[in-house]
Design a protein around this ligand. Structure first.
Ligand SMILES: [Zn+2]
Length: 407
């Protein structure tokens, strides 16, 4: 089958955009909440210095907003104040409860953006806040007015929006919209939505508000692994900002990871963000060091196995053209391509291994080595970074053309 374009991903992009005439190709922003949601992950706590460094790294990476909560502790207030003073390009969003005294702490830190939140589903109102819908509305709007009277930019988070009675949710959004609250966050706080449900929820709100005054955020939890899919679906319905954390950790199973979100937006959604994707692996490593949470090997984009190739037929194809099994060059995200030789190396893998060792590579030798590797039953024996030099050497030196079937 011939491709219509040089891009091996051509047909995939075609399916992704069929019927949409590129209308959806708009910029989707990123708010990173590593310093707020991330610190809510069990066992995670950064020092003030680490918080400041993370903010610098996120800003340099290119996120649009960085969220931090100044009300958690005096240390957090110091970090918030210091980060705001750095004059970063990203907005620094001070996250507080919808309580005036919390907003005062944000103001004391010099915040120009304040995000407040309130659980507005019946279960949050009864089990957490112990107030009625009317009381919640009054309280939330008083705080919104208070923030606006200080000339601040603001976001209101409709906590547990996905389980809130639609009429009340819309009423709350309209009130915020009327007050000129710049952003409303629509969270799936418990991670119960499917992508179509998130689309319907966001669309309902998007169609109810004056878009010239208010834009929408999506904050999706990952309790059944649908966080990023749901967030992207919410953006297809009109939201234009996704909440992430580096490596995706947060309350319970967290929210979308910055790395997966960035690559999805750039590669799949063609969103025109100015992101330094090559920083992703380093961001991940830094956070892993600070939190002592290991990066799972199979984690997309930044994991150690994200661009590791093992099966014999895969190896053969990768050496000829990495696009056979990779949707982007690992270098673009600061990761590296690796090849593994072992039980599954097959004839092709064995032939390449012989080449690397400078040994003769006839079909017979390759088959013998492949059989030997299998019988050793030692799993993976050798793992190599596949850089340009090594790729050229293998391809130039390998006289064996072993058929790439049934490996
Ligand atoms: Zn959250």
């Amino acid at each position: 089958m011939s491709l219509k374009s040089d891009d091996p991903n051509y047909y995939a992009h075609h399916y992704n955009w069929v019927g949409e005439n590129g209308q959806q190709k708009r910029r989707i922003r990123i708010l990173d909440s590593t310093l707020r949601e991330g610190e809510q992950h069990p066992g995670v706590s950064f020092t003030i210095k680490q918080r400041i460094q993370i903010a610098w790294m996120l800003d340099s990476f290119g996120v649009d907003q960085i969220e931090i909560s100044p009300v958690v502790s005096p240390d957090h207030a110091v970090a918030t104040k210091t980060i705001i003073k750095q004059g970063l390009r990203a907005d620094i969003v001070a996250h507080t409860r919808a309580i005036k005294s919390d907003v005062d702490i944000a103001i004391d830190c010099g915040a120009t953006w304040v995000a407040t939140y309130m659980g507005i589903s019946d279960i949050h109102l009864s089990a957490k806040l112990k107030i009625t819908r009317e009381e919640a509305k009054t309280r939330a709007l008083e705080v919104a007015d208070y923030i606006k009277s200080h000339g601040l930019k603001s976001r209101f988070t409709m906590e547990d929006a996905s389980r809130t009675e639609p009429a009340f949710l819309i009423e709350m959004c309209k009130e915020m919209n009327r007050r000129g609250i710049e952003r409303i966050s629509i969270p799936d706080t418990v991670g119960i939505m499917r992508p179509r449900g998130m689309y319907n929820l966001v669309k309902m709100i998007y169609d109810s508000i004056d878009k010239s005054k208010t834009s929408l955020d999506v904050h999706c939890h990952n309790d059944i692994g649908l966080a990023l899919a749901n967030a992207l679906s919410g953006c297809e319905a009109g939201a234009d900002q996704i909440h992430t954390t580096i490596d995706g950790f947060g309350e319970r199973t967290g929210i979308p990871s910055l790395s997966e979100t960035s690559v999805a937006l750039t590669l799949v959604y063609k969103s025109n963000n100015d992101l330094r994707l090559h920083m992703l692996r380093d961001l991940s490593k830094t956070i892993s060091e600070y939190t002592s949470l290991p990066i799972p090997e199979s984690k997309p984009v930044v994991g150690d196995s994200a661009y590791k190739h093992k099966a014999g037929t895969h190896l053969a194809a990768i050496l000829r053209n990495p696009a056979a099994y990779e949707i982007i060059d690992p270098k673009l995200v600061g990761n590296r391509r690796k090849i593994v030789f072992g039980e599954l190396a097959g004839k092709n893998g064995a032939a390449y291994l012989l080449t690397l060792l400078g040994l003769e590579t006839s079909k017979h030798e390759a088959e013998t080595l492949a059989k030997g590797l299998k019988e050793l039953r030692m799993g993976d024996i050798l793992e190599l970074y596949l850089d340009d030099r090594l790729e050229r050497k293998i391809l130039n030196d390998a006289p064996v053309k072993v058929s790439a079937t049934k490996e």
